[in-house]
Design a protein around this ligand. Sequence first.
Ligand code: HSX
Length: 185
Amino acid sequence: MENLSNLDYASYLKGWIRTVPNWPSEGVMFRDITPLLQNPKTFRMLIDIFVHRYMGERIDVVAGLDARGFIIGSVLAYELNVGFVPIRKKGKLPFTTVAEEYELEYGNATVEMHTDAVKPGDRVVLIDDLIATGGTMMAGYKLLQRLGAEVVETAGIIELPELGGGELMRDLNIPLFTVCSFDGH
Ligand code: HSX
C-alpha cells in the first residue's frame, strides 16, 4: 500500500498529469489530465481538494467550462449538494443564451450559457481543467457576471504561468485557485 501520510497532495497529483510533447502541434507541451482521472485514488484526491476548499463556503452553483470543466465540475457540484450548470462552446445549448466572444492565438471563440442557468446574487464556483491565456475562464466569468451572479472563485487543476492568464486574472482581481502549475518543459 502507498504511504500517503505527510504527502504534498498537489505535488503528488501533478505527478499524475502526463506531458505529451508536440501535441496537438509542434512545440506544444500538452498537459494531459486523463491519467489523473483514470486512477480512482487520484481522481478522489483531486475532487476532495476542491470539496474541502468550498464546503465551508455558501455556494449555490458550480459552473463548468466545456469540456473538461464538466468532468470535475459536475462531481464537485454533486459533492457540495448544489446544482451544476454548463458553459458551452457556441451553438450547443438549446434554450435562450448569453454569449461571450474571446480571442484565441489564431481567431476567436465564443462560449454560451443559458439565461436561466443562474439567478442574480447566486454564489458560483467556476471551474475548468486549465488556465493558459485565461481567455476561456474570463469569458465564463463575464457571462456569470452579466447574469448577476457572484463568482466566489474561479478554479482549475493546472495553471500555465508562461501564458500569462493567471497573472492577468490576478491583476484584474478575479479570484483564482489552481492545484498546480507547469513552467515550460
Ligand atoms: C483548453 O483551453 C482547456 O481545456 C481550457 O478550456 C482552455 C484554456 O485555455 P485559455 O483560454 O486559458 O488560453 O482547451
